[in-house]
Write a protein that binds this ligand. Structure first.
Ligand SMILES: Cc1cc2nc3c(=O)[nH]c(=O)nc-3n(C[C@H](O)[C@H](O)[C@H](O)COP(=O)(O)OP(=O)(O)OC[C@H]3O[C@@H](n4cnc5c(N)ncnc54)[C@H](O)[C@@H]3O)c2cc1C
Length: 453
């Protein structure tokens, strides 16, 4: 959408062709539907808290069919309010959606699933990604996160394979909906891209909430059908084991959506991980073809895909001049509890130089106590020499929003003692940043004129 908008804005006659509905993964299969389910999970949790605040209601009961209707309503509502479509129309972009797989027939021609052939000087590939598949016997019996969202009933039990962001989100949502969840992680910790303390705290919280978390579980050998669902056979250190559930969801990573594109016909190369290879200007090995978003295998998130679409289209039309910005990127997930990060983990920051680490627990901040959400912490990592914030890691309520504020401070190259003196509103979740910044400042012996939180 953004690549097409930018190309048209720069004066190119532009056609947008897409296999599925307008809006891509974010609108149809990723963040929007997932957040709606995560919101429902949170409402269930909040409803259970009402009694503590003197509000008497019965035990909440989930009507999954009605929840799915709400998910569809939200997806439609978001789509209807998207201004992108209007802007594309205003700029004269021809939008072809639901038109099947697009494939290159030569360097300057693509053929669309519905028979349409398009000839162009420049192309921008934004076909996104897809779940990585397992290649073991019976893998076809397993589901992906997309299948999980499309279920019509909540399965009594679920094995989730993969403890990264998607697996953790699936496990957390369906645990809240009443499924018995086993979360299998091949490596030593779930959420391996997070700070180690975040991974550990999340694993403990998941276990406390009833999720069976199994790190270093071994190697999957096969899946087979059972009367109640599916059996997974796996082995560890030569010992055969198995587990059963109603459904097995595979969330072992993401790969580029390039199947059927016939990239070789246009001279477009992929890298070792099968993502489209691009240079710093998002130009592929074919000089007239650019690529943006998940298909390039870079940071696979909506804001990054948006920026890359803009950069790719600019370079396609104006020549290779623009690079992506290297701004701090907050990342988080809406699990229970929430977690989020921006910048370096403690381990990476420590390897780079001298640092100070400050940590405030959520059982000591006013707003979390008011709301009865005292589980979690906020950790700030600061460069001892120049006082700049290198990273922020949060587990707990509003973690994602808190790290956004930290990201703004980092983008502005704010010093930790300056952050400590911003009068952040009281009592708020983001206010924890003032406290943790003050703690880091004291460790660094920095003089504060006053301290807000
Ligand atoms: C469960 C889940 C949760 C997520 N949560 C978040 C989140 O909270 N925040 C966040 O920032 N990101 C999140 N993401 C990631 C985010 O959805 C992606 O990074 C983003 O959508 C990538 O945008 P894109 O334009 O590169 O690709 P996509 O949005 O995937 O769009 C690709 C489009 O190309 C079409 N297409 C594919 N192949 C072809 C073909 N051969 N011919 C024609 N059309 C084709 C597809 O139909 C699709 O419309 C999540 C992803 C998942 C799976």
């Amino acid at each position: 959408m953004i690549a097409a908008l930018r190309a048209a804005d720069l004066g190119a006659k532009t056609v947008l062709v897409t296999r599925d509905g307008f809006g891509g993964m974010a609108a149809n299969d990723g963040p929007v539907p997932v957040r709606t389910l995560a919101h429902a999970a949170r409402l269930l949790r909040d409803a259970r808290q009402l009694d503590r605040y003197g509000i008497a209601v019965g035990e909440p009961i989930l009507d999954y069919t009605r929840l799915l209707a709400r998910v569809r309503e939200v997806v439609e509502d978001v789509r209807a309010h998207s201004t992108f479509r209007v802007q594309l129309d205003q700029l004269g972009v021809v939008v072809n959606e639901h038109c099947g797989i697009v494939r290159f027939t030569d360097r300057h021609t693509v053929e669309v699933g519905n028979g349409l052939r398009l000839n162009a000087d420049r192309f921008i590939i934004c076909t996104g990604g897809t779940s990585r598949k397992l290649s073991v016997p019976g893998a076809e019996l397993t589901a992906t996160h997309s299948d999980a969202w499309a279920l019509t009933v909540v399965p009594p039990s679920m094995v989730v394979i993969g403890g990264g962001a998607t697996g953790a989100q699936v496990a957390s949502v369906f645990n809240a909906f009443g499924s018995r969840i086993q979360l299998f992680q091949a490596g030593p910790r779930i959420l391996p891209a997070e700070d180690e303390e975040v991974s550990g705290t999340m694993a403990d919280a998941f276990r406390e909430s009833g999720i069976e978390v199994r790190e270093n579980f071994g190697v999957i050998e096969s899946f087979e059908k059972t009367p109640e669902g599916i059996r997974m056979r796996f082995s560890k250190d030569g010992e055969q084991q198995s587990t059963e559930a109603s459904l097995a969801v595979i969330a072992i990573g993401w790969t580029a959506n390039t199947a059927g594109l016939d990239l070789a016909r246009a001279g477009i190369e992929t890298d070792k991980r099968d993502f489209v290879r691009v240079d710093e200007f998002l130009r592929t090995s074919a000089q007239h073809v650019f690529a943006a978003g998940d298909v390039t295998g870079r940071m696979m998130l909506v804001p990054q895909a948006i920026q890359a679409g803009f950069v790719a289209a600019t370079n396609a039309l104006r020549g290779a001049t623009m690079k992506e910005l290297n701004a701090p990127a907050p990342i988080g997930s809406f699990t229970e509890p929430e977690y989020a990060q921006v910048g370096l983990t403690e381990a990476r920051a420590q390897a780079n130089g001298e640092i100070v680490v400050a940590r405030v627990s959520f059982d000591s901040t006013t707003r979390t106590i008011i709301d009865g959400r005292t589980h979690g912490f906020c950790k700030l990592i600061v460069d001892s020499n120049n006082r700049q914030i290198l990273g922020c890691h949060v587990v707990g309520e509003r973690a994602v929003e808190i790290t956004q504020v930290a990201a703004v401070c980092m983008a502005a190259h704010m010093r930790v003692d300056d952050l400590a003196q911003v009068p952040l509103s009281f009592p708020t979740y983001a206010g924890v940043l003032g406290r943790v910044a003050a703690q880091a400042s004291r460790t660094l012996n920095l003089k504060l004129n006053w301290q807000a939180n």
